[in-house]
Design a protein around this ligand. Structure first.
Ligand code: MG
Length: 250
């Protein structure tokens, strides 16, 4: 029988919490709610290689969660030994956004609507926490997840000075929801996002929806790893119940 009690106890010891009482779920967008990472990496790859810079499509999965500016600076540092100028960043990120919009429309991640529904039925607040500044997906959220993400409870790349893997986006999300770290769960698909959420103190659920192995999620601080969003949706009710009923005796 599936149970998460040992992972929960391990998390509580590591973070010196007595218990986690989940009041808010801090949820990533790309690769978590939307099956969008293939398109993102293809758009990044096209934009960067057009500059005559060597890159692989796979490397952009490793940068997932970073802001556009941060990804561009990694490439510039590697190629030219310096950061990009603000003008370069604006122009190049715009070009990447255009290439993304030319690709076939992104689909919902299978299992994501069910996962969000369980959170809503459990009375857990939902906060969107994305490193993206691309309005094409952010604006679809209301249609695709009706009533699930209120406009005040969203953290995008425009709201933070340090993007993932820095903990600021998830700390900001906790402040917006009015919860403490020990009252938060996070749902992420990328190691940098997992690190950001875990360092902010959230009980972090990683879902491997792309090519990155589960070990990378554990190393980044994931408390629980699911191999698909469907598996996450099937188990999250039990996981919430076990969080509510598991505590460490001090
Ligand atoms: Mg993601």
């Amino acid at each position: 029988m599936t149970t998460f009690v040992s992972q929960i106890e391990c998390f509580l010891k590591k973070h010196h919490y007595k218990a986690v009482k989940p009041l808010a779920a801090l949820i990533d967008m790309d690769g978590t709610l939307y099956d969008s990472m293939r398109n993102h990496s293809a758009a990044w790859y096209r934009m960067i290689t057009e500059l005559g810079i060597d890159a692989t499509q796979e490397e952009f999965y490793m940068y997932e969660g970073r802001t556009g500016a941060s990804t561009i600076n990694i490439i510039f540092q590697r190629t030219y030994g310096r950061d990009a100028t603000p003008e370069d960043i604006e122009e190049l990120y715009h070009r990447k956004t255009v290439y993304f919009s030319e690709l076939p429309p992104v689909k919902l991640m299978p299992g994501a609507p069910e996962m969000v529904r369980v959170l809503m039925e459990s009375g857990i607040k939902r906060v969107l926490v994305t490193g993206s500044g691309q309005t094409s997906l952010i604006n679809r959220i209301n249609e695709d997840f009706p009533n699930a993400f209120s406009p005040e409870l969203r953290v995008t790349s425009r709201d933070v000075s340090h993007g993932k893997p820095h903990p600021e986006p998830f700390i900001r999300a906790m402040q917006l929801a009015g919860v403490r770290p020990s009252q938060s769960i996070a749902i992420e698909n990328a190691p940098l996002g997992v690190k950001s959420a875990s360092d902010a103190g959230a009980f972090t659920i990683a879902v491997t929806t792309g090519p990155i192995p589960r070990e990378a999620m554990i190393d980044a601080g994931a408390a629980v790893v699911f191999s698909s969003m469907e598996e996450c949706a099937e188990n999250i009710h039990l996981l919430i119940y076990e969080l509510l009923t598991t505590s460490l005796k001090s």
